[in-house]
Design a protein around this ligand. Sequence first.
Ligand code: ASP
Ligand code: MG
Length: 423
Amino acid sequence: MKVFKFGGASLETIERIQHVGKILQAFPDDKILVVASAMGKTTNELEKVAQNYFMRKREIAAQLLFNIEQHHIQLAEQLLGTNEHPLFTQLQQFFTEVEWTLGEKPLRPYDYYYDQMVGMGELLSTAIVSAYFNHVGIRNTWVDVRDVFRTDDNFRDANIDWEVTQQQVTEKVLPLFDDTNIVIAQGFIGSTDQNESVTLGREGSDFSAAVFANLLNAESQTIWKDVEGLKNADPKLFPDTVNIPEIGYGEVIEMAFYGAQVIHPKTIKPLQNKQIPLYVKCFLDKDLPGTVIREEADNRKLPPLIVLKKNQVLITITARDFGFITEARISDIYEIFHANKIKINLTQNAAISFSACIDNNPEKIELLIKALHSGFKISYNEGLELLTVRHYTHSNGLVDSLTKGRKILLEQRSDSTIQIVMR
Ligand code: ASP
Ligand code: MG
C-alpha cells in the first residue's frame, strides 16, 4: 500500500488532472490511497465565503459561492464531455450543504461556520477527479473522509481521535481495495461524533495523508508537488539552491521550526512512529529523483539548510527597577508572551535585560507591550531578518556571504546551527 498526496496546484487545470492520471497509471500493480487538496486557490475563495457570511454579507457570500460552483461544474463538464453523469448530482449535494449553512443565522462561533464551508473544496475536487479517472479507465473508489477521520470539535485545528479513526479505516477503507486498486479521499477535513465537519488547519492535507499512511501501515507516502523536491533554501529568496536527495525526519522538523515552509510539521510524527519513508516528488516529471525523508538518512551529507524569516522585531525588556532578570522574572515574561499568543523565535538574556525576536504583528505587539508595561521598560527594533543556517560548518564562508554588508544585532551559534538577527 502506498499513499499519494496531490496538492491544489496539481489539480488546477485539465492538463494537470490528466497528468495526475498518468502518474497513477504508472503504478498499475500497487494499491494506492490518494489524498487530494482543493483545486488551485479554492480554499482561499471559500474562506471569503465564510468571512462574508459571518459579517452578514450574505449576498456577497452567495455570489462567491456561486462562482466556485460554476467553475467546478464547467471543469467537470469539460473533463467528462457531458453534463449528464451522477457526478453532477453529487456536486449539487455538496453545494446544498453549504447553501443551507448560508441560510442560517450565525449563532455559533466563526470557526464552526468556517469548517462547515471551507472543506467543500476538497469534496468537490476529489469527486471530480474520481469520476474523471473512472471515466477514462483509471478505476478507483471515492470515499468521504468525514466518515473515516473522527476528530474533536476544536474547529479549524481539529485533533484526530486515533482509536476511532483506526477502526473506521480498517472497517470502511480497507475493504474498498477489494474492488479497486485506487481509493481517493480528501485531505484537510474530518468530522466530529456529532457529524459536524471540521478542518485540520491550513495546508493540512500532507498531514491527512500521513494519518492514512500510519493507519494503513503504508510502505511509503509520496507528496507530489510542482517543485523538484526539497531544497536547502527557498529558491524565491536565494539564487543558488541545491536539491536535497535525502534528509532525516528530525531535520525536517527542525527546518519547519525555524520557519521553513517545507512540509506541514504535523506530517512527520505519524510517519516517524511507523518508520514510513516520505517522498517528495515532482508531479510534472516523475522520473526526477526528488527527496526522501526517513530516519536513516545520513545528515552529515546535508548541504547547509538556510531559513530566512523576514519582517522580524527584536524586543528588549528591562526591569523598571533595574533589577536582575531572574528566573522568576523570565517566567513572568514568558507567561505574558504566551497569554498574547506570541511565538518567540529567538531569545537572549543578560543581567538586566531580556531580548526576544518575534514576527512583526503590530496588533499583537501593542497588546504585549501594554501587558509588560507595568513591570518593564521596553525598546524595540523593527524591519529585521532572522537568518538560521543549520549545518553552517558544511560550507566555508557561507555565513559571511549571507551577512555581508548587514548590521548584526544578535548572533547565536551551536556546533550545528547559527542564528543571526540582522538589518
Ligand atoms: N486546501 C487546504 C489549504 O489550501 C489544505 C491543503 O491544501 O493542504 O490549506
Ligand atoms: Mg493547498
